[in-house]
Write a protein that binds this ligand. Structure first.
Ligand code: ARG
Length: 602
């Protein structure tokens, strides 16, 4: 089905004597320089290649002559037309006949022409990463948005995926929260007497609202109260070592918090195969540390255990200005700490131990982590450690997808009017409310779920249409517009098609392109399908968003110029219904991959 591949093959055949330019050994060729791309002048052609210009450099002939020669070697056919143009490009036009065939193949393909991987791999996705006992805020939006879409992309292209939320449930915030609750008298029952079964003691008075007050309070206090911080550190250690009653209290808080986290992710159409957390690596931690010690990769430093991970040549010494100045280095990669001075486990330790656990349990070919770019250093350390100790086998790919910040219109991280952190649920609330207003303008009131679908679509498309690494501006009005490069626009296009299809009395027929508008639509489908691979290779969904938008706008032109329902020629009308169905299916699939719901009407 891949047109690009077909064209490349034909050009390869047309190379004739120039084939030798690609020889690596007798009868062995490397055609990687032969790039056929979509044309940037769609009025002239559909595809183009500059291969004649490349060859010209080594054979000393004019590119246009080479281009003409290549074309003359290609057998004329009914599918593609080749033209040589000055100074030596080869332009390619796909015939309507070939495009119609493509469209019908897509219609009959369960995968709708989405390219499939050659070898199926198991890819594990680690995203979400909410921290137990801490309320989700605006900074927690991007990971579930990007992660869910990447996971769905891999599924659409034929990989097997495993998703794990990897909760932050093992760190200082747990010690702080429990200490604060204890000081404020909420845990008296647990500390009154020693019982073999703390499970029977209820923690009913500890609600989410209370946690949302207690943690921030403790967090502020730790910065000014050294003794408090020290005690919280100790509590954290108790939890990590399963000491009672701390461990039972911890588990109860975890349960409460996880239920809430789950609900919040589901609002964003984000689900996980596993709700594991840092704490689940606990049974693997001693073994992990032992691997480093046994392999002599760890050394003691000020009571802590550290692993040197800097590579040859990385520590470039900066010349000292005076002899007693300490030696400084350019781009130093600091050693990773895997055991704290007090025996506590660190973020890096749990992450390395988690890799060990995942490799024992799931054996993924790749693990993809989706977090903001401030964690790049952390993951570089974790990956290096895991590779050094061979906890991650040689062929396993470890990927950190680092995303940028969601900013406000002032270009600074999105804040409340008073300058505070915006809560996650307030962003979702804002999206739903604005979508409700928009719907009301269109005469639809009281459909909260529809408003959620549209609001989430606005948010996700606004996010994913940017390169993942980039910061972007959260602009709710722009994201929610029913026309323009937005999620709601794509949903609207589908809703429009639904309305046409439900009003038409005829069944659709095979596609046979018979207008420029239809031609543009099918070409947009070709481009949409090729964008999946671009996204797969770049771990970013922007190409798919753009291609979906282009298809929706090609449909809009068709809709405005060709009166489908009033078309008198029945054959023609049925064919147009085929085009409508093609667009609907392809857009629905693209939206699904982006984690956006299609809607029946809006
Ligand atoms: N809990 C972490 C945070 O809030 C994110 C977890 C990301 N995943 C991981 N395996 N470290 O920053």
């Amino acid at each position: 089905m891949d047109l690009n591949f077909k064209i490349s093959t034909m050009i390869t055949e047309g190379l004739g004597e120039y084939r030798q330019e690609f020889a690596t050994e007798p009868n062995c060729y490397n055609f990687s320089k032969l790039v056929v791309s979509f044309s940037n002048r769609p009025e002239l052609c559909d595809y183009q290649t500059n291969i004649a210009m490349i060859i010209s450099k080594s054979v000393g002939q004019k590119p246009i002559d080479i281009a003409n020669k290549i074309i003359s070697n290609i057998k004329p056919n009914e599918e593609f037309e080749f033209f040589a143009v000055e100074p030596g490009f080869i332009n390619i036009k796909v015939t309507d006949k070939r495009l119609s065939k493509y469209a019908n193949l897509v219609m009959n393909d369960a995968k709708l022409g989405v390219p499939q991987v050659h070898y199926q791999r198991i890819v594990m996705f680690d995203y979400g990463g909410a921290n137990v006992a801490k309320e989700l805020h605006v900074g927690h939006l991007r990971s579930p948005i990007v992660g869910e879409a990447l996971k769905r992309l891999h599924i659409a292209m034929g990989n097997k995926t495993i998703s794990d939320v990897h909760l932050g449930d093992y760190g200082l915030q747990m010690g702080l929260t429990i200490l604060q609750l204890k000081e404020d008298g909420y845990l008296d029952k647990f500390f009154k007497d020693i019982t073999p079964n703390y499970d029977n003691i209820s923690l009913d008075e500890v609600t989410l609202d209370l946690l949302n007050e207690e943690y921030p309070k403790a967090s502020k206090r730790k910065d000014v109260d050294e003794a408090f911080k020290k005690l919280a550190d100790e509590y954290t250690l108790y939890i990590q070592h399963h000491k009672e009653p701390y461990f039972t209290i911890y588990n109860k808080i975890r349960k409460l918090s996880v239920a809430e986290i789950k609900k919040n992710y589901e609002l964003l159409n984000t689900t996980f195969d596993f709700y594991l957390g840092e704490s689940d690596s606990y049974p693997y931690i001693d073994e992990t540390v032992k691997i480093f010690v046994d392999k002599k990769l760890a050394r003691e430093s000020e009571g802590a255990l550290v692993v040197d991970i800097a590579r040859e040549g990385e520590h470039v010494a900066i010349p000292k200005k005076s002899p007693d100045e300490p030696q400084r280095y350019k781009n130093p990669m600091p050693p990773a700490i895997i055991k704290k001075y007090n025996g506590g486990d660190l973020y890096a330790t749990t992450d390395i131990a988690t890799i060990l656990m995942r490799n024992r349990t799931f054996k993924p070919h790749e693990i993809v982590y989706i977090t903001d770019n401030r964690q790049s250093g952390h993951f570089e350390q974790v990956f290096r450690c895991a590779k050094l100790a061979e906890i991650s086998p040689e062929g396993q790919k470890l990927t950190h997808v680092a995303f940028g910040t969601m900013n406000g219109k002032d270009g600074k991280p999105f804040k409340t009017r008073a300058g505070g952190t915006v809560k996650y649920k307030d962003v979702i609330g804002m999206l739903i409310e604005s979508a409700e207003k928009k719907l009301a303008d269109n005469g639809i009131v009281g459909d909260k779920e529809l408003a959620r679908k549209i609001g989430v679509s606005a948010m996700k498309f606004g996010d994913l249409s940017n390169t993942v690494a980039k910061d972007y501006v959260f602009d709710i009005d722009k994201f929610l517009a029913f026309d323009g490069k937005t999620g709601p626009y794509i949903q609207y296009t589908i809703a429009r098609i639904n309305s046409i299809l439900s009003k038409a009395n005829e069944k659709m027929s095979e596609i046979l392109i018979s207008s420029e508008e239809e031609r543009s639509i099918v070409l947009a489908v070709v481009k949409l399908n090729s964008s999946y691979k671009v996204c797969y290779d770049s771990y970013s969904l922007n190409a798919l968003c753009l291609a979906a938008y282009d298809l929706a706008s090609a449909f809009s032109t068709f809709y405005n110029n060709c009166k489908i329902l009033s078309e008198p020629n029945l054959e023609r009308k049925k064919e147009m219904l085929g085009i409508c169905t093609l667009v609907k299916r392809c857009l629905e699939k693209a939206l699904y991959v982006l984690g956006i719901d299609a809607v029946e009407k809006m």
